[in-house]
Design a protein around this ligand. Structure first.
Ligand SMILES: Cc1cc2nc3c(=O)[nH]c(=O)nc-3n(C[C@H](O)[C@H](O)[C@H](O)COP(=O)(O)O)c2cc1C
Length: 337
């Protein structure tokens, strides 16, 4: 809502609700780009953020892929970290105590997780839910990364087939319900598909509480002089400003299709105005990813800039930006190129 008298609002209401959670503001940090939060303490006020999403956790710890596993590209980077992480037990013992403190300070803590097969996902969800509950809480949601290769299906990503994705989400949701867990189940989709709406509908049908859009785009980079790929695994995931237009398009498509669960937007956000674009496209909150590598305090700056953007554009409640894109003629064009 624009301030009634057209004047800049004295204070901007930054609160949003997302998947049944109250966020003090819509800015979170993205999985894999912010460690487990504690590493960034001292570089920004982590507790000032709406929330934080951890590095992806698997049932057992993983050491990831061989180097080189990161390379810079035009307006972005490619990574093939290989989901290196401390595993469920390492997370519960070493990382949760700090994160529980953030929860007490009013930030929303999301734990990203995955498995390398169907049962691995379900086991991970169950052990995280039980482990967090046994330690008195401190986490609001599990964010399920379904962009992982299914070792029993020739390496095909779980998140590329709506029927498989629905079944997997349903199994994890049932597991959380059976454990009496209050944790929300959020599902992070891969952009490496042709029909994002079909996939979004499938995970909503499976019982997801929210959708995170998007993960990295499958990509490669070549060193022509050496005639070698720049990443040891040849392919990796592209992130950063280069993918923002793709992410915006997918958020908007899912929002326009009225998939009945809310969206967290992510991909190439480097400024408060970028964040506003995702909210206008239909996201209820956003995550800042790759920019944190170049600038550890990026998420806090994005929050300050979004607040200033609201003031300048006379928006009293940031929630009023959500889905407020004015498309004029909303008919899809017959041909888009
Ligand atoms: C180095 C690196 C590691 C990542 N690790 C994870 C991960 O463990 N789980 C996950 O779901 N996404 C992971 N991502 C994807 C990001 O969370 C995010 O979806 C993606 O980078 C797009 O956002 P950005 O352009 O702001 O970085 C990773 C990205 C990068 C660059």
């Amino acid at each position: 809502m624009v301030s009634p008298d057209g004047a800049a609002p004295a204070a901007v209401d930054l609160g949003v609700s997302y998947a049944g959670m109250s966020l003090k503001n819509p800015i979170l940090t993205a999985s894999g780009t912010f460690g487990y939060g504690q590493e960034l303490e001292g570089l920004l006020d982590v507790a000032s953020l709406g929330g934080l999403c951890t590095k992806g956790i698997s049932p057992a710890r993983r050491s990831g892929n061989p180097s080189p596993r990161i390379c810079e590209t035009a307006s972005g980077m490619i990574n093939s970290i290989g989901l290196e992480n401390v595993g469920v037990d390492g997370f519960l013992d070493a990382k949760l105590p700090y994160l529980a403190g953030l929860t007490r300070a009013g930030s929303s803590v999301w734990v990203n997780f995955f498995g390398t097969d169907f049962d691995g996902y379900v086991e991970c969800a169950r052990r995280l839910a039980e482990g967090v509950a046994a330690r008195g809480g401190g986490v609001s949601a599990l964010e399920m990364n379904i962009s992982c290769p299914n070792v029993h299906a020739g390496g095909l990503e779980f998140g590329t087939d709506p029927a498989v994705a629905r079944k997997l989400v349903r199994a994890c949701k049932d597991t959380l319900d059976a454990a009496g867990s209050p944790l929300r189940l959020l599902v992070k989709l891969t952009p490496n598909i042709t029909d994002v709406v079909a996939l979004a509908r499938a995970v909503a049908d499976g019982g997801a509480d929210g959708i995170t859009l998007i993960n990295t785009l499958s990509a490669m980079a070549i060193d022509a002089r050496k005639r070698r790929p720049r990443i040891a695994t040849i392919f990796g995931g592209l992130s950063g400003p280069a993918i923002k237009p793709v992410a915006l398009r997918m958020v908007y498509q899912v929002h326009r299709a009225r998939v009945p669960i809310p969206i967290c937007g992510i991909g190439g956000i480097t400024s408060g105005e970028d964040a506003a674009e995702f909210l206008l496209a239909g996201a209820s909150c956003v995550q800042v990813g790759t920019q944190s590598f170049a600038e550890p305090g990026a998420a806090a700056r994005v929050l300050a800039e979004l607040t200033a953007f609201c003031r300048e554009t006379r928006v009293a409640r940031v929630a009023d930006l959500i889905g407020a894109l004015d498309t004029g003629d909303t008919r899809p064009p017959a041909c888009i190129t």
